[in-house]
Design a protein around this ligand. Structure first.
Ligand SMILES: [Zn+2]
Length: 195
């Protein structure tokens, strides 16, 4: 199992880092880094999305339920979130099918959640007694991003499928990470010039 280091958290928002848990170098999104439950838990530990109570809740889930079912749901949710946000990043926003499905799911997640005081204001927290609380947490995080006023800065890497908030000025960042996709893209254009 590979380590989750800071290179896996370049999205600028926890839900983007969740969407970026694939390691394909192109847009195919077939190589998941959270294919197994321990891998997902390791990601959750490294992410800022889960509080300590929720991290403990993940351990309990493995004892109580079939985590492969939860993982299947999480993968489906991840791809739905990716499709909706990739469209927004490409400037094709609006109420598309993916966003409509997510809106229904967000509404259900909110119904099961409560507000909890946090440093930067109140946060929605899922009901840990509900079987879908992990999905709920990921939906609440998406809801936070959708309303955060940062969406205009949402971009997709010019090479892979990772999404990130471009926090620089102007057009800024084109790659999820200069040291991976950025360098590979530079090498490719260099090689193309040689021929
Ligand atoms: Zn990339």
């Amino acid at each position: 199992m590979k380590e989750w280091d800071e290179k896996a958290f370049v999205g600028g928002h926890p839900v983007l880092d969740f969407i970026n848990t694939v390691e394909d170098v192109d847009k195919s999104r077939t190589i998941s880094r959270i294919a197994r439950w321990p891998e997902f838990c390791a990601w959750a530990n490294a992410s800022t999305m889960f509080n300590s109570e929720q991290l403990n809740g993940l351990k309990d889930l493995a004892k109580q339920t079939d985590t492969s079912v939860i993982l299947q749901r999480l993968h489906r949710l991840r791809e739905l979130q990716y499709q909706a946000l990739a469209r927004i990043a490409a400037g094709e926003g609006g109420q598309e099918a993916e966003l409509t499905e997510l809106e229904v799911a967000i509404r259900q997640a909110l119904q099961r959640s409560h507000l909890q005081a946090a440093e930067a204001g109140y946060l929605w927290q899922p009901d840990l007694n509900h079987e879908d609380w992990v999905s709920d947490l990921l939906l609440l995080s998406l809801e936070h991003l959708l309303r955060s006023g940062q969406l205009a800065r949402l971009k997709q890497c010019g090479r892979c499928s990772w999404l990130f908030l471009n926090k620089g000025r102007g057009k800024g960042r084109r790659w999820c990470d200069m040291s991976t996709c950025g360098n590979r893209a530079k090498l490719e254009s260099f090689r193309n010039k040689e021929h």
